[in-house]
Design a protein around this ligand. Structure first.
Ligand code: MOS
Length: 728
């Protein structure tokens, strides 16, 4: 029986619950010093004077680095700008301030407390310049996106404007989403340690190879001299996909201090210098025939970026793929602000984009007098609408049917304000979830040890998502060994390299490499066991035997012992894809249904139940998959009703840079969540048949909630988060 798909417990669970899992800030190094970042308090301008003398004399302070004395980096620290790994960093190379919260000095001391106290004594005077902080104003100078990693920034097919003009029914609306900030449980942290010319970084990252390359290029040293170690990550969600300033600053500080340095960001420092989701304004126009079939779609997005770097929230991406429509046009523009560079945040594009598109589809359904689910089925995309390519696998129809049935959608009254319970208006809403599936190159090694256990490694990451567990399962099947006999290791650049754990690509990319390395080892073992008769060899649970002669049976350990006792080893590499070049369109989908209750007097909104079904390819681990989707849906509730990063328009300070005022749900905010999956195996996409599940959960649900709020109250809210003051 296959170990893949089994709902086994996390293999790293015991290490985590017993505190043995070591996160970046927890590595113990001799003579470890502590660094604290001093941040700018203005949004734009220059540093006129920076007086570190008080800090330097403070107890325990070893050194203060600022633009006055920082080591000069090649190309002013800009040598490695190549997103996603390399971004525009603030590395104390100049006295210019680009945003409030920018690192402007680093204080290193013998203890964390001394570093904090020292940082407090750094005196800075600025020459302030007028900053652009107002999205509404910056929008007037919005400019077209030149390129974005997800695809062409603007595409069109057919003649959407003409078709819109001639459409029997038309809706045109603007939807907005706010700036948001990632808040993984574990803030960013780096320990940097030099041994002569060699640098080791213990870093909380989604991309160890990216950190290595970025840091090496930024410092002007060979990548081979940099080792990055990241065995456990306490959540990433995109903010740890790029290498931010603090990582390089830790390396610079350690070099200057002549001893290892730990630089762990405090929670408030997570808001600004390490990215966040851009705010968006999205204009959508839909045209349809009276029978509900779409004739035209337009989706035009403006999102904010930093004046330092273009980063695009690609909110038009889902619109290119969700519905069959002969005429469509989408575009992306940027409005630049004097703020920190924004970045990828869980389901970048799809989460914000499906809010707009799936709200607009709901509005169209009411305009047509057609049930919102029926409208989606009328416009079901049997192939990729833009390219006409067939899907590698798509079971969205089954998802809709399954989730609708379990939700009881058929009993939904068509009119808003038709359901009520006591003081609460009750509403039912639905939306489509979607996220693309991609593969990146990855390598792995497998080693069968003399005791019949195996060591398998890949230089990938586990953000808490389950990479350890799933790769153990893949290796177990490929080696025909029980998962308990496999030790899977990751998170070290000394291992065979893999890509960024972002874009829901880890399983799809790394599992084929792990499978191939393990199968090669198993092939070698079969040759030792029965040379020339490998086709006749059967493997099961640590034993080989001959199909034609079942009595000829031997354990892995015995075979290795007979062959001299040396381990068997293989390395394998799995190719990535050439994006958009393959014969199939590859994307995951889901149907999301929810109920909201709105207190008629107070406007208080709750979401007592969510039912969702997903088409995501083969499930590698049913238990982890369900948890992953529940987590995504919870974040979707958060996006719909709570999260917003508030910028003070006077000075660019993020005013709610803490978990008391940046609202996220607690357990009591979340109702029943019912997640199911289609029985699917997408081997056209990759040899393990899985498309990746890290991000799709947050998509669709914000629109489903907005649509349910409309159904409950008759009030269409086209902005996130939907707050009680929007409803009273
Ligand atoms: Mo994800 S936002 O691509 O880490």
């Amino acid at each position: 029986m296959s170990v893949v798909s089994q709902p086994i417990d996390r293999t790293d669970g015991p290490l985590k619950v017993t505190g043995q899992a070591r996160y970046a800030a927890e590595f113990q190094l001799p003579r470890l010093a502590h660094a604290v970042i001093v941040q700018s308090t203005i949004a734009k301008g220059s540093i006129v004077s920076l007086d570190a003398s008080g800090a330097q004399k403070a107890p325990g302070v070893l050194l203060v680095i600022s633009h006055l004395n920082a080591p000069k980096l090649p190309q002013g620290g800009k040598a490695a700008i190549k997103p996603p790994a390399g971004r525009t960093l603030s590395l104390l190379q100049e006295n210019v301030v680009h945003y409030n919260g920018q690192p402007i000095a680093v204080v290193v001391a013998d203890s964390f407390e001394h570093a904090v106290a020292g940082a407090d004594l750094v005196r800075v005077r600025y020459a302030e310049a007028k900053a652009q902080l107002d999205f509404e104003r910056a929008k007037r100078d919005a400019y077209p996106v030149k390129q974005m990693p997800q695809g062409e920034p603007a595409v069109a097919w057919g003649e959407s404007d003409k078709a819109l003009g001639a459409a029997e029914v038309r809706i045109e609306q603007t939807y907005t989403t706010p700036m948001e900030t990632h808040n993984p449980m574990e803030p960013h942290a780096t320990i940097a340690a030099w041994e002569g010319e060699r640098l080791t970084l213990y870093d909380s990252t989604q991309y160890i190879s990216g950190v290595r390359e970025t840091v090496a290029k930024t410092l002007g040293i060979a990548p081979e001299r940099v080792r990055v170690v990241s065995p456990f990550v306490g959540g990433g969600f995109g903010c740890k996909g790029s290498t931010w300033s603090h990582v390089v600053l830790a390396a610079m500080a350690a070099q200057r201090a002549g001893r290892p340095v730990k630089l762990a960001l405090a929670r408030p420092q997570m808001f600004g210098p390490v990215g966040g989701r851009p705010q968006t304004e999205q204009r959508i126009a839909l045209g349809a025939k009276k029978d509900g079939s779409l004739v035209a779609i337009r989706h035009d997005v403006v999102s904010h970026t930093s004046l330092m770097e273009d980063f695009t929230e690609p909110a038009t991406m889902p619109t290119r793929a969700l519905y069959a429509c002969p005429n469509a046009a989408v575009s992306q523009r940027l409005a630049a602000l004097d703020v920190g560079v924004p970045t990828f945040q869980r389901a970048p594009g799809e989460s914000s984009g499906t809010f707009a598109l799936e709200s607009a589809m709901d509005e169209l359904a009411y305009a047509l007098g057609i049930d919102p689910l029926e409208l989606r089925l009328i416009n079901y995309a049997e192939a990729d609408p833009r390219t006409g390519k067939p899907w590698s696998s798509k079971m969205l129809r089954e998802c809709y049917a399954d989730a609708a049935e379990r939700f009881g959608w058929a009993k939904r009254p068509a009119k808003p304000r038709a359901l009520r319970e006591g003081h609460a208006l009750v509403g039912w809403g639905m939306a489509t979830a979607t996220y693309p599936a991609h593969r990146r190159p990855a390598a792995a090694m497998a080693r069968l040890l003399p005791d019949g256990t195996a060591l398998v490694r890949s230089g990938t990451q586990d953000l808490g998502t389950g990479t350890y567990t799933v790769m153990t399962q893949v290796a177990a099947d490929a080696l025909a060994l029980a998962p308990e006999r496999i030790d899977f290791e990751l998170g070290d650049t000394l291992m065979p390299p893999a890509g960024v754990s972002g874009g829901s690509t880890t399983v799809a990319s790394v599992a084929p490499a792990v499978k191939a390395a393990c199968e090669e080892v198993r092939g070698k073992l079969a040759s030792l066991f029965a040379p020339g008769r490998e086709q006749d060899v059967v493997a099961e649970n640590g034993w080989l035997w001959l199909k034609s002669q079942p009595s000829r049976r031997e354990s892995y350990a015995a075979i290795l012992a007979r062959a001299g006792g040396a381990p068997l080893e293989a390395q394998a590499k799995a190719e990535g894809e050439e994006r958009d070049k393959g014969p199939y369109a590859t994307r995951s989908f889901g149907g999301v249904f929810c109920e909201v209750r709105v207190d008629e007097d107070l406007g208080r909104i709750s979401v007592p139940r969510i039912v969702a079904a997903y088409s995501v390819g083969r499930l590698m681990n049913a238990k982890l998959a369900r948890s992953q989707l529940i987590g995504g849906l919870v974040w979707g509730v958060s996006m719909a009703l709570m999260e917003e990063t508030h910028l003070d328009l006077r000075d660019g300070r993020i005013v709610n840079a803490n978990l008391a005022e940046y609202h996220v749900p607690v357990n009591a905010d979340i109702g029943a969540i019912d997640v199911s999956f289609c029985d699917e195996n997408d081997t056209r996409f990759n040899p393990v048949g899985a498309r990746g599940i890290g991000e799709i959960g947050i998509t669709g649900i914000p629109a489903a909630i907005a649509n349910a709020v409309y159904h409950a109250t008759g009030r269409r809210i086209r902005k996130l988060p939907i707050l009680l003051d929007d409803l009273i």
